[in-house]
Design a protein. Sequence first.
Length: 672
Amino acid sequence: MKWSALRRVAVVTGVVAAVLWTAPCAAAEPDPPVDAGGAVIDAPTLSLADLGASNVMSFYGNSSITTLTFPVPAGLIPATLNVTLNLPFNLRSGLLTVTQGDRVVGKQGLPLADLVPVVVPLAGVEVTDNAVTLTLTLTSSPEDGYCLDRFNPIELTDGSITFAGTEIAPPTVADFLPPALRALTIAVPANPTPSESDAAVQLAAAMVKRYGTQAPAVSVIALADGATTVAQPAAPLERQIVIKEGPDEAISLSGGTGVPQLLISGPADKLTNETRLLSDGSLNLAVSPRVVPEKLNSSPRPQLPGDAATLAQLGQTNLTSIGVSPQVNIGLDQTRLGHPVQAVRVHVLGTYTPLPNTFGAQLTASVNGQAVDSWAADPAGVIDRWVDVPDQLLTRYTEFQVAVNTTGSNLGGCNDYRPMTLTIDGGSVVQTSPALPPIPPGFGSLPQSLMPTIQVGLGSDTFNDTVRATQIVVGLQRLSALPLRTAVTTLDKARASQDPALLISADGWTDSDITLPVSANDRTITVEGQGPNDEQTVLNLDPGVQFGSLQTVFDGHRSLLIATSNGNPAQLDQLLQWLNADRSRWSQLRGSAIVEVAGRTPALVAGRTPVGVYGPALPAPTAAETSTGSYHYDKAWWVAAGVVGIAVVGAALIIGTARRSENGGATHRREE
């Protein structure tokens, strides 16, 4: 193919990428007509994922129970539960029963075929505090000769709820936020003041925390000059909040028929504090269309558990598993501790069913799937043991597992003889020490290394930098068990501070005192060595390329998250839009930087863990670990070639990674 043809292909590819990835810029819009109002939702069918519940429900053994809780918007009534039956074996018979308290609200025989839709009526279900909790019991009989096990459950997938009725538009401030939310739009002036930017970023974080696993889309748009309302009416299950500095201090509903907008207005020193009403426990008392929050807790601080905390204090009460070889998973979440930690020790207290003499057993403790300790079973079935968690195995969310592995002369026809009960006591103590530098380094240290308050430094393009800061804080909040607190200031002040910070420098990075993992100067790309003795990698490109990046830096006493580009802010915007397009992408970030060139999948700078700082360097990923994933992973000495792969074909060594949920179910993949 001639070079002219290649150039045409590159141009077409770039145009397609721009169309697909570039969101339209927020523009000033005229005031809406007097009767403008958002749309209510009528008799919808909402997926369980949209309602913040798991989209897959698993049932083990001949009879299994699970609980389903979901929110219900005002005016709607749940009518049916809709699922798809996923059978791992041939079924002889099966029944799904749905109860609420002592009442049976639905019952449905299971089809014997696989992947068949099942609709369960929810007659007479009661809604309490805008939510419904149901108990699902599934009983089943497999064909003769099949042994049920915990690795092959019956699953109900693609769950959804069909509602009857029509949503009621909120009449007061207390009712403005619905139980279920698909999208939140925050509107600020096109040239926001520092207080307006601060209020918008803090409000976005608070709403993401409030709605949790529902993960509504959050966007910031610009108001027209002088406007106090958004011209475009809200879509169903969307809310619009206007933040505007002014002398009139109030939170008020505005708009005509349908769902109103919410206006938060007030002087500069009151605006951010006003937004806290929407996440304050007193919100349900704001039963008026206009409320003046004269006194609120201006700086709410979550109660941190300290260097020694019980599992109960970390949100995990008694944990129980039943089976021939039961196992209990304990989540050690650094974001719940509120800072990076090291030297983690767990005092495991618990019990398990004593074993007969014909059985043998051994207990094991594992961290993220890797065994770290084992000991012989106690005849009395008591667990009382200290287990050390190696620093090099720590992640943002570390999965600590305790299991009882049994052997015996007669485990039954289906290995189900005498199932044991393993219980880990909520009084088990987790001891930690603060880690500086954070463990793990890079993205794995976020957001805990930025706590307790994230300084947000904005550049001169205040509106677009407010949008960028909001996108990043939304992503960080979705990783955190605790609500994030932010404080917006200028880029210069945040950079000169000694506190952790998010720095937005969209058009380039010029501070020579803070060295980025990946930097560019004219046509030169420089990748810093990741270890204490590693040299830089430098590439001189012809022609050069532009990229956007999100990079992590530890400057010796604080952590920084830096959003920048090498002269192309739009490329940074595309990267942030890509990250927020899938709620799982933030949790998959590894290494020290993520870089995007137009037309290519974003590349992660994985980097080598420095020996002697965070423990031994970890081995390279196995072939199985590199077979899946959403990102390209480039070793430090090859990442420049990966970044400029458009110009240097075949120069990059690409390493993939497996996905991991931050909710604590799967083993965490590690990169060299």
